[in-house]
Design a protein around this ligand. Structure first.
Ligand code: DAH
Length: 346
């Protein structure tokens, strides 16, 4: 009979109903479920069905209406999901901020050293990393066969690839070379701080590296005394490690200073009482210093009778080790972000 066949043919199509947009979906609803829709028309027909068939056809009709509604709802949900997705895309939003990198601990410490000395009138001077023997050793009073030259294992640069001829081009092994550059190009008074990378032919380990960083200080004027050196270094140590910090100068030897000294600070970990870090002594060494040797002044064209000066040199890695307890030098050049991110808030 016609009604039953109509219902069944519509039922067979329900699963196939499709709509590409909200309008097409509404058209489907109108086509089947509105007052003039096909299913509503079947319900109207149903009123005239003989009683004995009402039960079977009624069930079929209800099934048809429910399945059609369910299919239309399912399609509507798909549209709503898509619309919600589109809503999430807020084209007026400012772009995500680019994640900023962190400052490298060695840069942090170098800048702190620069800041501290700039407050007492030091300006920054720089020199080349590829240097010549004259500026790194000769003018700094290292005699040609002076054993002090062996203190630093120097990287010499071959002039011809693979040909190891004697050469005076080298990678600077200390930033003291910038002293000679400054003294030959500026007239006293000179008050400079020379930060930079230096190179030594060392096997890489936790305690040694083939490159590291130094900050050199140089002050030349009339009547500069050892007391001035001591005061400048005491001021630096207190600024860097805290006002309780004490310093101790021990006699030492460098070819370019006379007298020369090495400076210790009271251990910033135990406060000078003695701990494993300072090996129970209460002191840790941080730099070398001294009065600029008159030979160096003269080699650079400065009259040593009129002028005197002091110099000092420190390792940035050493200061960083004391400040941030980074003991393994390799961490500074491995670029491991897990290490570097720890300095985010510094
Ligand atoms: N140049 C020395 C080094 O690399 C450090 C140094 C010591 C620098 C004494 C100085 C100084 O200016 O006076 O070990």
């Amino acid at each position: 009979m016609a009604l039953k066949e109509n219902i069944q043919s519509l039922l067979a199509q329900v699963g196939e109903l499709k709509a590409n947009n909200a309008e097409e979906l509404e058209a489907l609803r109108i086509k089947y479920l509105s007052k003039k829709g096909e299913i509503t028309a079947l319900f109207n027909e149903f009123r005239n069905v003989p009683n004995d068939q009402k039960r079977e056809l009624g069930q079929l009709l209800n099934q048809l209406r429910q399945e059609t509604e369910a299919r239309i709802n399912e399609l509507r949900e798909q549209f709503e999901e898509k619309a919600a997705e589109a809503d999430k895309l807020d084209l007026t939003r400012t772009p995500d901020p680019i994640a900023l990198g962190t400052r490298h601990p060695l840069s942090l410490v170098r800048e702190e050293i620069e800041d501290i000395f700039s407050r007492i009138g030091f300006t920054i001077a720089q020199g080349p990393e590829v240097e010549d023997d004259k500026h790194v050793y000769g003018m700094l009073n290292f005699a040609p066969e002076h054993p002090a030259r062996d203190m630093q294992d120097t990287f010499f640069i071959e002039k011809e690839v693979g040909v190891q001829k004697p050469t005076d081009v080298l990678l600077r092994s200390h930033t003291s070379s910038v002293q000679t550059r400054v003294m030959t190009s500026q007239k006293p008074p000179i008050r400079v701080l020379c930060p930079g990378r230096v190179y030594r032919n060392e096997a890489i380990s936790a305690r040694a590296h083939c490159f590291f960083h130094q900050v050199e200080g140089l002050y030349i004027d009339k009547n500069v005394s050892f007391a001035d050196l001591r005061e400048a270094l005491l001021y630096f140590s207190k600024e860097m490690f805290g006002p309780e910090t004490k310093i101790r100068l021990r006699p030492s030897y460098f070819p370019f200073t006379e007298p020369s000294a090495e400076m210790d600070i009271s251990c910033n970990i135990c406060g000078g009482v003695g701990c494993s870090f300072c090996k129970g002594t209460g002191w840790v060494e941080i730099l070398g210093c001294g009065m600029v040797d008159p030979n160096v002044l003269e080699a650079c064209g400065i009259d040593s009778k009129e002028y005197s000066g002091f110099a000092f040199g420190m390792g940035v890695e050493r200061i960083t080790n004391l400040k941030y307890r980074v003991k393994d030098l390799r961490l500074f050049s491995e670029n491991d972000v897990r290490f570097l991110r720890q300095f985010e808030s510094c």
